[in-house]
Each structure stands twice: as C-alpha cells, then as structure tokens.
Design a protein around this ligand. Structure first.
Ligand code: PLP
Length: 377
C-alpha cells in the first residue's frame, strides 16, 4: 500500500484520515442492492449506536446520502407533529441554520437567540417552554462549530422532556470525539456525518434516534420525500437497504473508520483530541493570539481566533502559505467579528500542531505580522 500525501486539516471537517480508511474505498464494484451490501450497512448501523452508548432496543441509526446539514433538515421536517412548534436554542451559525430550515419548510418555530459568545440562559429556555405548550420539538447544537462553545445539552434535554417535547441535538462536531451518552445527556435524536468525528469520507450522514418516536412520526405531516425520516427508516427495516442509492465507497471507508475508532477507544481518542486542542492553545498563546470564547466554555474541539489589529495581517496570505506546506486553516463564522478557526478533529496529534505552528510563525514573519499579535482592545 503506497502512502498518500498527508495533509493536516485544521478546518472543522472533513478531517485528516488514515491511509487505511482512504484505501478501504478501493474495492471491487458492487451493486448496493446486493445482500452482501445490506449486511455491511446493518453492521454499520449497529456500530454507530455504540459510539453514543445507545441500546438497539431503544434507538436506531438511519443512514442518509448527503452532508451533515441533511440530518438537521430531516429531523426538523419529519419530527414535528401537526399543530406543533419547534424551539431552536440559537447561539451560533449552526443553530441559525436550523432556524432557516424551519423557515424554508414553513414550520412554526421560535428562534430563541443568545449571544454567540454566551451560553443559553436556561431560565429563559424554561420560561419559553412554559409559555408555549405547543412546542413539541426542541433543537440545539452541541458544540457550536462556528465558535467552539459547548452547549449544556443535558440540561436543555431535561427541560424539553419536562415539557413533553422531543429533543434533537446537532452533534455533528462532537460525535465520536467528545464522549456522548444518549441516556445521561437526555438525547432523543443526535446526528453526524462520516467525515467528522469518525474520520471517514464525505457523503454519508446518519441520525441516531428513538425508534418509538420515529414510528410515531409515521402519521406526522409529510413535508419532504427525499428527506423523510420515517420513510428511510421503514425502508431499512423492510429491506436492509437505503431507499435510494447509498454513497457506496464512503460506506466502506466508514466501516474501516469505525474499526479504527473502537481500536483507539472512546477515552483515548478524546484524550488525543484534548492534547491537540491544548497544543493549539499553547501555540496561539505563545504568539499572543486571542480567542473568542471563554476557555472554560469551549468544547475542546474548535478554537475561534480573533484577527489581530495589525495592518499587515492577511488571513488569505497566511492561509496560502500554510496550505502550500500541507496545513489547512479555516475562516470563522461569526458575522460581527473577524475570526479564523483551528480545529482539533481528525487523525492528527500534538506533533502535527507543533509542526503547524513552525509554519504559521514563518508565515507571520514573511508578511511582517507582529509577534506577539497586536490587539487594540
Ligand atoms: C459540519 C457541521 C454540520 C454539517 O455541515 P455540512 O456543510 O452539511 O457538512 C452541521 N452541524 C454542525 C454543528 C457541523 O459542525
């Protein structure tokens, strides 16, 4: 097996993958309607449940072909009963995306906004639930990837349940990285795509959800054909297959990635991401760069860094310098502040971050950007 040029991706997914995962895609051609392929997907669906400690007697995994946003779309449009309302707890770009999905489908919803650098106020969440008994679905984002803030999903889930609502959480940027337990974390539905925490390829997304709620949703208003949760679930149950063509090669890669996930182990993997995250902070601190979110609120996977107030600073130039040397850095996603992001996901470790900072510092020197970084406030 020839090794493939290794790039260190510090963007929030797709992530750096192992060569064994890349090569797992190179397999004989197969029609995904063959029993052999259905068998692979059955094992994959069961293994995905284990990543969040979900018991197959309560939860099921439903696979979809698409990027992670398809999961948010599917959960919101499929799990809202007639006359119900969605409550989105919104302190960042990914929860705002959920609000936009509600708008596109015309779903009754409340966009409960909080500042992007603050945790949601749980007393306001509770008051909103209390004032709106028609809220049947509560949605939020676990690690708001736009900033790296960790939302208190366990507490939000408990409130959702207290007021009789289903709780859906966008865990795309935590699942298979930061440990999740659907029971302890009060999660009815969570989701991710294969190219993030699992360190596989793009094109496969999945929802892990309470089977009883999916079955209940059979009679809810049907708002999409391709993106209906019950329809896809039912097809899997009856045939073992995806309703429409699955991303075949990505599924092979994901099966390999899950083997590697279980071999590394949940705790060891989280410890590795934490090492990477701390190395990112150490490198930034040494160069005087400042981040946006209070350190104790960060999920440990994304660092959102403020642009220095330096006339020579140019994200594009620094990006290009690093990119040419195998390191990818990523723009921010906050409308009010200029930021860039460094993320701790993928098959990387501390040494990669140390190597990255050597290159990053060279870029700063080359473009006469001051070290330590200059900030006016
Ligand atoms: C990556 C990500 C998604 C999915 O984004 P796509 O562009 O559709 O891949 C959704 N939610 C969160 C929190 C994410 O980090």
């Amino acid at each position: 097996m020839e090794s493939i040029k290794r790039n260190v991706l510090l963007n929030p997914g797709p992530s750096t993958t192992t060569d064994t995962v890349k090569y797992a895609q190179v397999v004989p051609d197969i029609c995904p309607r063959e029993q052999e392929f259905a068998g692979l997907m059955k094992g994959l669906r069961e293994d995905i449940l284990k990543t969040v400690h979900a018991d197959p007697s309560d939860y099921t995994t439903v696979l979809f072909c698409g990027s992670g946003t398809i999961n948010i779309d599917i959960c919101l449009n499929s799990l809202l009963p007639e006359n119900g309302k969605v409550l989105v707890i919104d302190n960042g770009a990914y929860s705002t995306r959920a609000v936009e999905i509600c708008q596109y489908y015309g779903l009754p919803h409340i966009d409960l906004r909080f500042p992007v650098d603050e945790l949601p106020d749980l007393s306001v969440v509770e008051q909103t639930l209390n004032d709106n008994p028609d809220i049947k679905l509560v949605h939020t984002t676990h690690n708001e990837t736009g900033t790296g803030i960790l939302n208190p999903i366990r507490e939000i889930g408990a409130l959702a349940h207290k007021y009789g609502a289903v709780f859906t959480v966008d865990t795309t940027s935590t699942l298979a990285m930061r440990p999740i337990n659907v029971y302890d974390d009060n999660i009815d539905f969570c989701m991710a795509s294969a190219q993030k925490g699992l360190m596989a390829m793009t094109g496969l997304s999945f929802i892990i959800g309470r089977t009883s709620e999916i079955i209940k949703s059979k009679d809810y208003p049907k708002r999409s054909y391709y993106c209906n949760l019950y329809l896809q679930y039912d097809y899997f149950e009856k045939t073992g297959e995806m309703h429409f063509t699955p991303p075949v090669q990505t599924i092979y890669a994901t099966i390999q990635a899950l083997k590697e996930y279980f071999a590394e182990g949940e705790e060891a993997k989280w410890a590795r991401h934490t090492r990477v995250f701390e190395a990112i902070h150490k490198g930034l601190d040494e160069l005087g760069f400042k981040d946006i979110i209070k350190r104790e609120w960060q999920a440990g996977l994304v660092v959102s860094v403020r642009y220095p107030d330096d006339p020579n600073w140019s994200f594009e130039k620094v990006h290009d310098y690093c990119y040419e040397r195998g390191f990818t850095i990523y723009p921010g996603k906050i409308s009010t502040t200029n930021t860039f992001r460094l993320c701790a996901l993928g098959a990387i470790d501390e040494e990669d971050i140390n190597d990255f900072f050597k290159v990053f510092k060279e870029a700063l020197n080359k473009y006469n950007i001051a070290i330590p970084a200059v900030y006016n406030v």
